[in-house]
Write a protein that binds this ligand. Sequence first.
Ligand code: NAD
Length: 432
Amino acid sequence: MSELKISIVGTGYVGLVSGTCFAEMGHNVVCIDSDESKVSGLKAGKMPIYEPDLEDMVIRNVDNQRLHFSTNLKDHLQDSDLVIIAVGTPINMKDGGTNLEYIWSVVDEISRNLAKETIVVIKSTVPPGTCNLIQNILGEKCYVVSNPEFLREGNAIKDFMIPDRIVVGCDQKIVGLMNRLYSDHISRGIRVVYTNCTTSELIKYASNTFLAAKIAFINEMSSIAERIDVNIMDLKEGIGSDSRIGNKFLEPGPGFGGSCFPKDIMSLINFSEKINANNSLIKSIIESNNLRIIEVSSNIAEIVKEGDSICFLGLTYKANTDDVRTSPAVSIIQNLISKGKYLVKCYDPLGIESAKLILKDSVEYYDDIYEAARGVSLVVVATEWDEFSNLDSAKLKVVMKTPRIYDVRNVINVKNFKANGFEVRLIGSVNV
Ligand code: NAD
């Protein structure tokens, strides 16, 4: 493979993982971020995020001199074959649209310092039409490419290295270069779907919206199942075995969250309204998820009584990440404490520090499961961390006020808890 010189702007979950993986595949990469503390930390070997296997891969590629860190795009612009933009595109709180300020700031910097033909790849999730706008701003000296990222936090390295497909929206002239960028993937038979920029941008929103719809659907099925003595896990197997449906993203739980699904669906709703497109199904996904969080909060409130303490195991929006952005666990806790009736005690293997920024001192934080559960009337398993499938029910019973557990991820060893005299409630089945 002929190596490319790549600058990646934005060294967060997507930028750092993509940059490190491109370096691992033999490219020469500089990851750029405006956050000086993040860059100096990375230069000193300190990871700004948790992602399985990331640290080892970063260190290996820094040692090989294929991975570098910088705060200055200008220094690297002239020397790069490709500039990849992976900055955040958060929700615009005013109208539910996408806040593109970080994208525009990078585009502006490129435009001011452009001295040669440059390929600018947009990896951030942006509304359809954004790449065309960027192309207009940067003009003929640039080729703008859409290359949305589909990795999942907690599985990011694997998802990046072995994706189901790669999506690229670009002019035919750029296909050769993009094939070089992804030559390692292509050599392993991974398909690159080439299309135009706007289609590529919409593919990203359509994928996330569809996956979120599956989660909202199984959660509504859970709600039905709980009321008529149907076991949701059997139902999941029954429908998921149909290859037209598939069993992925059919895990019942407290609702979807994270940095992407809610904001991307909101963004698609906002975009479709601007163009007067029908979006009733898309809107209902958000509505259903909000109701799900309220439903789970009410279920908890029904189990405990005023003045009780509740222990939350898991704060992140899913396992194997430290990300608590729009985590259902956090929203449920906020619902419960807003009523002022309960004391909430929390444990999470990686999410405590980021949760503190949201929940502040409204809850108690523990670095030990059994200390978090001391004196409580209910344990809620809110995130599917592996360690929660191996909870020591006997040890929990000794420290708890009342042996009750509500597993909203269906991961605990039910038989074991029942044998130790626990009152057990799961998601999507009334008869445990
Ligand atoms: P993030 O918040 O983790 O990282 C963004 C980084 O960009 C930050 O480190 C920030 O300091 C940096 N930044 C902002 N403005 C900058 C500038 N002008 N110059 C240099 N750096 C700048 O974001 P993320 O989760 O990595 O998401 C990035 C994009 O990828 C978003 O559009 C998101 O929707 C999309 N995406 C995210 C995921 C995910 O799982 N996190 C998955 C697929 C796609």
